[in-house]
Design a binder for this molecule. Sequence first.
Ligand code: PXG
Length: 457
Amino acid sequence: MGDKPNFPDAETIKKTDLAHHWHPFMDTADLGMDDLRLITSAKGSHIWDSNGNKVLDGMAGLWCVNVGYGRDEISDAAAAQMKELPYYNTFFKSTHAPVAALAEKIASITPGDLNRIFFNTSGSDSNDTVLRIARTYWAAKGKPEKTVMITRKNAYHGSTFAGVALGGMSAMHDQGGPHIPDIVQIDQPYWFDEGGDMDPEEFGLMRARALEEEIDRLGEDRVAAFMAEPIQGAGGVIIPSESYWPEIKRICKERDILLIADEVICGFGRTGEWFGSIHYDIEPDMISMAKGLSSAYLPIGAVAFSEARAQEMFATAGEFVHGYTYSGHPACCAAALKNIEIIEREDLITRTREHTAPLFAEKLATLADHPIVGEVRTRGLLAAIELVPEKPSRKRFDNYGEVGALCRDISFKNGLVMRAVRDSMVMSPPLIITDDELEELVTKVRKTLDETWEQVS
Ligand code: PXG
């Protein structure tokens, strides 16, 4: 194998980084030497920093390293592909072996007839592709006025202009506008924060019916699609009640609109199925995916579209004038193929569904009686712990968001990566997390909650 790049010492790296590196989602003025963490290596479910700290990665990177770190097989597959054919495009009637094989593989694991696969390089540009397909599809069907995308408040669909407009993150909407028109958000099924005294199932139905109301308000002849994450991830691991998805599915089937699942987080085993759409029996017309597709070893995203609808579109739309230089990049496809092979060979979907997820749920449930915990919810290997000043009122801390940030920092100090979404602590560990590591995780969460509670009360 090739030589490792030769980098300077940690102190120098940090100084260089602070001088030149513009970090995503960060106030550059806030970043100093003391809080810049230099991650140096990773193996399995753990990462190491430049101070020698070993930290359990409760987030699998950014919800993506599903098969865990240090899988040489994936690196080797990508390296072998790079030696054979490092790059060729998939435009102009060209193809190559890894892209054809990966398209077939994805078609075989997606539900229904989602057998037509378009390749992208990330979740964000997958969702750009989603938007372009949805509108082009309706135009091809002779309904060019069906352009409106209905999505949800507090959804995360990425950081490109399409991602921002499709997403429902108000802070992102507030920056860099004007945004792409004809995209509207309905309320989310977030019972803990917004359900009040309603029964969670009734609340779920109400939030699903908001879609029907919005379609009525806009007129069905204007609406292209409803798009949502099966479980909102970056919004705070918002797990809808059981009533929600069946009602959404009914509405989309009765009305002439596409149902699109953003599976960038929920895909590739996260819920204990290949896709969250299978877990909730959503039967979408389109799925966007990234992250777990390659376990983030190399950047790649994809959109799977219904073959029947794709054929309708191809019949009249002519050339789909869309694509990226790196659509179906050979090395990224080779990495994704090896990643999927590992998931299959180690039976990680079944293991998650039948063993790891139930154990994760059982262990985290023991935290429910902690004084700072308002709710613990899990689904598959996704979890949220709501921090509140007094149970069982679901009232929030006055300095909403600050306690979450404090808890996150304490957690890292205790050797566990948890992510704070306002005052919800969220987790999404690698699918390969072991029983012992789950015990380590819950022990560290408890210690972190104790210390957070001590500091705020
Ligand atoms: N859709 C969903 C559901 C996502 O979670 C994207 C699209 C965009 O994917 P890319 O590959 O363009 O980032 C995402 C990404 C966080 C965090 O802090 C979450 C994401 C990305 C970065 C940070 O929770 N999700």
